[in-house]
Design a protein around this ligand. Structure first.
Ligand code: G
Ligand code: G
Ligand code: MN
Ligand code: NA
Length: 254
């Protein structure tokens, strides 16, 4: 298809951009970090959302050079946002299944950290549960290698896929991102509320950081805080935007 041919050129034509959405520490209402979300500014089609081209990139293998660029750019931006005292926002980067499975991933992350100078503990990689359905020995080994770099690992869209408690214990996961489908039901549906309550208990037992995704209303936020979820993300707290919109300096001006 035409779009696939265009994607080959998108990288070198610098049509890919990263937007950043804040992840908020709820009790102090402070930005803890940002999630990098890729966008393609197509010359004639306008903004192409990632759901339309990430699959295309995975099928063509282009996800590897594209993913490498995303890691480079997100770590460069995060490094630029660090303060002189060494404190600064975290950066979360999504890694798709094919990118995770590629033999270059650990080298690519190492190189992005080296080139940017970003402290490894500022970087979080977001992976999905679908990884656990595959080669578990290879998956474990790679997760351990990534952890050895000093970065954090987050399980994205938690609760929607193939998750089991034994995986959470076996794999070196630091963060659970509670899927937005549970968050949307929280104000009205007692089952969704109970599920999130159970995830909070699980997080305490397994010492995991919890981030609720897709918070769109003040009611959802209040319910999540009441349940003891520490971090949140969503349109109610901040939309994804270009770096100048997301920067910590812009935040202080608000
Ligand atoms: O940003 P948006 O909500 O439209 O993202 C849609 C989907 O695309 C989500 O599943 C998200 O994880 C994925 N996505 C967004 N940015 C990236 C990226 O940089 N790399 C990968 N692999 N997936 C991304
Ligand atoms: O799969 P992943 O969780 O990485 O994708 C996050 C996606 O959710 C991005 O496409 C982002 O634009 C989108 N998103 C962020 N905040 C909200 C929100 O409050 N509501 C909804 N519906 N989507 C959101
Ligand atoms: Mn994500
Ligand atoms: Na998610």
């Amino acid at each position: 298809e035409r779009l696939q041919a265009d994607l080959y050129q998108a990288l070198e034509r610098q049509e890919l951009v990263l937007h950043y959405q804040p992840i908020v520490d709820l009790a102090p209402r402070r930005i803890s970090g940002y999630e990098a979300l890729v966008r393609w500014e197509h010359p004639t089609r306008g903004m192409v959302p990632p759901v339309q081209f990430i699959t295309l990139a995975e099928d063509s293998g282009l996800i590897v050079p594209i993913g490498r660029w995303i890691l480079r750019e997100a770590t460069r931006q995060a490094a630029a946002w660090q303060q002189p005292d060494g404190r600064g926002p975290r950066m979360s980067v999504n890694v798709s299944v094919r990118q995770f499975q590629h033999p270059d991933l650990v080298d690519d992350v190492t190189e992005a950290l080296r080139a940017s100078g970003l402290a490894p503990d500022r970087l979080t990689l977001e992976i999905t549960e679908s990884l656990f359905a595959e080669d578990t020995a290879g998956t474990t080994q790679k997760l351990e290698a990534l952890k050895a770099l000093g970065i954090r690992l987050a399980l994205d869209d938690f609760g929607t896929g193939y998750s089991s408690l034994s995986y959470l214990r076996r794999f070196p996961i630091d963060v659970l991102k509670i899927d937005k489908s549970f968050v949307h039901g929280i104000a009205t549906c007692s089952e969704d509320r109970a599920v999130i309550g159970a995830i909070v208990a699980l997080g305490q037992i397994l010492d995991l950081v919890l981030v609720a995704e897709g918070i769109e209303t003040a009611d959802e936020l209040a319910a999540l805080e009441q349940l003891g979820v520490q971090y949140g993300q969503g349109y109610h707290l901040g939309r994804p935007g270009p770096p100048q919109h997301a920067s910590p300096a812009a935040e202080r001006r608000r």
